[in-house]
Design a protein around this ligand. Sequence first.
Ligand code: SAH
Ligand code: SF4
Ligand code: F3S
Length: 478
Amino acid sequence: MSENRTFDLTQAPPVEEPARQYYYMEKLRGLVADQSKELGRPLTASVVTFGCQMNARDSEKLKGILREAGYQEGSEEDADFVIYNTCTVRENANNKVYGRLGQAQSRKRNHPWMKIALCGCMMQEPEEVEKIKKSYRFVNLVFGTHNIYKFAELLARTFDEKMVVDVWKETDQIVENLPVERKYAFKSGVNIMFGCNNFCSYCIVPYVRGRERSRRPEEIIAEIKKLADDGVTEIMLLGQNVNSYGRGLPQEISFAQLLRQVEAVPGIRRIRFMTSHPKDLSRELIETMAASDKICRHLHLPLQSGSSRILKRMNRKYDKEQYLRLVEDIRRAMPDIALTTDIIVGFPGETEEDFLETMDVVRRVEYDSAFTFLYSKRSGTPAASFEDQVPEDVAKDRFDRLLALVQEIGRKKAKALESSEAVALVEEKNAQDPAMVTGRLDNNSVVHLKGSEADIGHYIPVRLAECRGFYYIGERLS
Ligand code: SAH
Ligand code: SF4
Ligand code: F3S
């Protein structure tokens, strides 16, 4: 996905994108080569990712640019350049970054040429950037989520300036056709939209990722075609709320229509997507999924709370009954679908009764798995100023009860598929056992089976011989 153009570096950089960034990548190649000559070895870089799939995909873009610039991949512990791609969705995500920065600082003391960059969602918060400018002067580069495409240009500046800080409040720009380095050869995330307009009252994402904007379907399909030509067979379409895809585009298109276009791309065998907001999940989407043999039988449908009163305070725009009805519709159309969810415990004002409503929904829906979170107060969000914050010990107690229930149901659901047959896409070698490989089923469950590196990227029919908690040991059927 890179452009091999050459530029006259004595001339001013082009103004238009992405040409301007390719000019800076070429410039970086010279700067990196000079430094590596001095050191007598190649320069290495490491991108450390926190947070969600969006950040993981952004990190692949950063890695693509680093590769073009001439860096080799290194590890966080010894790289010449470390980039922290941060998340700020909960307080503990921020704390983790500061811990790691401290470690990087002590290494930089002995390796003065080392560079450190910070980017991602946490950098969209002005207080954090101020803190870094004041107390973390050893950081070379700070940028945000909106100008990530300018990474090459900003990095080039760090060769002349001590600290480069460039964070934008907002953007409506989408820059296409920059290099990307994928983690897996056979599967890839594809952004279909950026930002979020939902403003759930607890959530920082709309403030740090900006307003919702969709990529044009032609660009998405062109990217997927290129990926398919490159050997990718599984695609994960990414957006904070994929169900509202297409709003605001010159030619309106629904998410279900986009899915049908993706299905038609030769070579694509599995299609996944994240995340679906229950309020926007359409009948058309359910029908499209049910009619498809490529769209995976898995839906991540964040519940957040089972109490209609709390859902209202969360600004989720559905209530308990609507959610349960939606699940019923989905299950009627696809009885074998795996459902997973996100749940927040201890949202301000949550009473024991509210919490029991959440437990009730979990029992009724029987999720295959669920991410459970303790509510974390994010300054600037409406919920941060709600008065009736739940005491920590009460929230923790509810969290433990919910987790126990979620796990009990998850085990039961996994066990029910024991002995059945399925197809695994093998993703990697098994970390513990060199004679085994690890794959994923259509429903997103993990299966370990006998195999070798040669199986990676292949679809292998298996019998789910043994269920061990939430995963399986599979026997190959071919
Ligand atoms: N766009 C996605 C989720 C983005 S954040 C969606 O709407 O589903 C991922 C999850 O983090 C959310 O689903 C929510 O459960 C959790 N989360 C977000 N803000 C939180 C907060 N302040 N405290 C605890 N959990 C939070
Ligand atoms: Fe956050 Fe809600 Fe947007 Fe998801 S839909 S990113 S939870 S504001
Ligand atoms: Fe975190 Fe940003 Fe994702 S805040 S959850 S990395 S969108």
